[in-house]
Design a protein around this ligand. Structure first.
Ligand code: HEC
Ligand code: HEC
Ligand code: HEC
Ligand code: HEC
Ligand code: HEC
Ligand code: HEC
Ligand code: HEC
Length: 499
């Protein structure tokens, strides 16, 4: 029944068309414009992209009216279009913007529209990129460019220093898009998925320290897109709305990852166009300044549960609106907590969670400077092998009276960092990352994990101390990593520091 009706309508149209075309002049065979269609009908573009639209005007018989004139227009929010050629240029937008492009057949009432979605690019969000800061801030750019922040993500090219040679782990280097990891610990490799829309983390990880390859998520790595699991912490200006292999302004942790978008400041060179991150200058509170570092140096999830990092966070924002850190009960992230002992991280990038336990230390900047000229390990203000880093503020703790350890030629045999920041968390090698809880870990805390495949270290029995006899330090007591050793070490602790 429905088909019959359609036939009837079509033949009526054909009749009408015939009638009209007879007036169009002999030989042409083409009637006046009866319909118009547009191509593409729907498209997603990035800010600044150009795209040609085309329109086809047909007569009632479906014949193309080649001579028909078409004029173009577009909603101002999505961009501009050449009214004669249909060449469209997407506007610079800061959030996904939808609108329409319209084609009109001149001299008729016929029109057709296409749906256009314009997504932001990092550039349209106002980033300039770290190279743009060099000309005026060479003193900051120099030390930063050597840091793990700058080198954390690099486009792969043959000969990149520190990249494994020969390659292993079943990796074909010609398929590698980016190298992840600055080089102090481990390296991972990003490869495009089969459709070229996403980057994936290759399931082989290379330990710079040991030279060994290990498997990471060998079974489900193809279901773990990098943009969801990793991106926000290893790039600058990550934009969730961009679904492309480069959803960010700059690879690595650039100047603007901490300072925020700086294009306006670069153009003006005026101090007023970029906030000072020093709380003392009154443009940011100490808590919001802490949140900048904490946005990447904390393990957790976005409130939506989608991202493994802070979603939509920009420097100056309140981190808790964008991120929920791992809970204390997470057995993967933390060692079991003993009474009277700090909560101790067993995984890397949890420094900001650790440090919150130390009310005296409200800023990472007390000890680190991301563009300091010192060249010390981990961009510290003083070498961690000396006590100068801590004694600047804790002068009264110098000497054997507090540490109870001998002082040779004026230099203590054990540093503040050895007892207060033992290495407890794992990145490339077991326990290669320092605890930032600042509070020493008593031996009794270790008792909770004895007998397990991996036992929790403590301040006395950490990698270099009191675990085994050392010919260079014959007087050093040895506390074996068992219940007896732990009990003996705890007895000594109680004697010195109270139970
Ligand atoms: C055309 C020169 C110029 C460029 C390019 C430039 N700056 Fe500046 N910047 C200045 C001047 C001048 C000041 C004020 C004096 C100072 O602190 O050095 C300043 C100050 C700053 C401050 C301190 C603001 C304050 O209120 O204390 C920050 C942070 C900063 N710039 C970051 C950046 C970053 C990040 C970039 C690159 C995205 C950049 N600048 C590029 C000229 C420039
Ligand atoms: C956008 C994310 C991000 C932000 C913001 C960030 N970091 Fe980092 N940071 C990283 C990553 C990623 C690495 C490790 C890079 C690597 O090894 O590949 C790192 C490494 C470091 C290191 C080791 C440096 C070295 O050269 O060994 C220190 C120290 C550090 N960050 C301190 C800070 C401080 C302090 C702040 C705030 C002022 C901060 N970070 C802000 C992501 C970030
Ligand atoms: C990891 C975060 C981080 C990165 C990356 C970073 N900065 Fe900073 N920057 C800070 C913080 C925090 C301060 C505030 C200094 C303080 O508290 O002593 C600061 C201060 C500054 C200042 C102002 C005052 C001064 O002399 O201390 C300038 C200028 C500046 N940064 C420029 C840059 C430039 C240029 C880059 C890139 C080459 C860069 N920063 C990269 C965190 C960062
Ligand atoms: C919440 C932020 C964050 C997320 C998400 C994140 N990282 Fe990192 N990553 C860091 C920080 C900070 C460091 C350096 C400090 C540390 O290791 O304690 C780091 C270090 C690294 C390193 C250097 C070597 C090492 O092991 O320390 C590699 C490689 C790395 N990350 C790969 C990844 C991969 C792959 C993902 C996704 C599966 C990822 N990261 C997700 C913040 C993050
Ligand atoms: C910029 C100054 C500064 C530096 C540098 C500094 N501290 Fe502190 N620290 C403080 C302040 C302030 C307090 C709180 C008042 C107090 O207990 O003296 C504190 C408190 C402490 C406490 C007591 C408990 C706590 O966590 O609040 C310990 C332990 C400690 N610091 C260890 C260290 C060690 C170890 C270093 C070196 C790695 C160090 N500090 C470096 C300023 C500093
Ligand atoms: C009181 C001093 C102090 C403060 C405050 C501090 N750090 Fe550290 N940090 C250190 C020392 C010392 C080391 C080196 C430990 C070692 O070599 O054994 C270090 C190492 C690191 C490393 C290298 C990886 C590792 O653990 O070995 C990163 C990353 C880091 N700190 C990030 C941060 C962040 C982020 C903050 C703020 C949330 C912060 N630190 C606050 C003293 C400090
Ligand atoms: C042999 C290990 C050891 C060394 C070395 C050591 N400390 Fe401690 N420190 C401790 C212990 C243990 C405590 C008490 C912790 C507790 O009660 O939970 C402590 C407590 C502290 C406190 C808090 C004091 C208070 O009154 O609450 C500060 C501050 C401190 N140490 C700073 C330092 C500094 C600075 C250095 C380096 C000059 C240093 N420590 C070296 C083991 C050590």
């Amino acid at each position: 029944m429905r088909n019959l009706l359609c036939v009837a309508i079509v033949s009526l149209a054909a009749l009408l068309a015939l009638g009209c075309s007879s007036g169009a002049g002999p030989g042409s065979g083409i009637g006046p414009a009866a319909s118009i269609s547009i191509s593409p009908k729907s498209v997603t573009l990035e800010s600044g992209d150009t795209r040609s639209f085309s329109a086809t005007v047909t007569d009632a018989g479906g014949q193309q009216v080649t001579a028909a004139e078409v004029t173009w227009s577009a909603d101002a929010a999505i961009g501009s279009i050449d009214s004669a050629t249909g060449v469209f240029t997407a506007a610079q937008v800061t959030a996904i913007t939808v609108g329409r492009v319209t084609a009109k057949a001149a001299g008729t009432a016929l029109s057709a529209t296409a749906d256009v979605t314009v997504t932001a690019t990092a550039e349209s969000l106002g980033y300039a990129g770290s190279p743009a800061c060099l000309s005026c801030h060479a003193d900051k750019h120099g030390p930063w460019s050597q840091s793990s922040h700058a080198l954390s993500l690099r486009g792969y090219q043959p000969g990149l220093p520190g990249v494994p040679d020969p390659w292993g782990g079943g990796i074909d280097p010609s398929g590698v898009a980016y190298v992840l990891g600055a080089g102090a610990y481990a390296r991972q490799f990003l490869i495009p998925d089969t459709e070229g829309r996403e980057l994936l983390v290759h399931p082989s990880r290379y330990s710079v320290a040991s030279g060994a390859w290990s498997a990471v998520h060998p079974d489900d790595w193809q279901n773990r897109p990098w943009r969801v699991h990793c991106a926000g912490c290893h790039v600058t200006g990550f934009d969730e709305s961009i679904q492309a292999p480069r959803p960010f302004a700059e690879p690595g942790v650039g100047c603007e990852a901490c300072h925020g978008p700086g294009a306006e400041h670069v153009a003006s060179g005026s101090e007023a166009d970029i906030p000072s991150l020093r709380p003392a200058d009154g443009e940011i509170t100490a808590a919001r300044a802490y949140d900048i570092c904490a946005s990447c140096h904390s393990r957790g999830r976005s409130p939506s549960g989608v991202y493994q990092f802070a979603e939509g966070f920009v420097p100056g924002a309140e981190l808790s609106d964008h991120f929920t850190p791992v809970a204390e009960g997470d057995a993967e992230a933390f060692w079991p907590r003993a009474v009277g002992a700090p909560l101790v991280s067993r995984l890397n990038y949890q420094q900001a969670i650790d440090l919150r336990q130390s009310p005296g230390h409200g800023s990472c900047m007390d000890c680190h400077d991301p563009h300091g000229p010192t060249g010390f390990r981990a961009q510290l203000r003083e070498a961690p092998e000396t006590d100068a880093l801590c004694l600047g503020c804790h002068g009264e703790m110098a000497g054997a009276e507090h540490s109870h350890h001998p002082v040779n030629a004026g230099v203590p045999t054990v540093t503040c960092v050895a007892c207060h920041m033992p290495r407890t968390a794992t990145s490339a090698l077991p326990q290669d990352i320092a605890s930032h809880a600042m509070l020493p870990i008593p031996p009794s805390a270790t008792a909770l994990t004895l007998g397990q495949p991996e036992a929790m270290p403590n301040s006395c029995m950490s990698a270099a101390c009191h675990q085994q006899a050392d010919p260079a330090r014959p007087a050093m007591p040895v506390y074996p990593f068992d219940a007896t050793g732990v009990a003996a070490a705890q007895a000594q602790w109680n004697l010195w520091y109270g139970g």
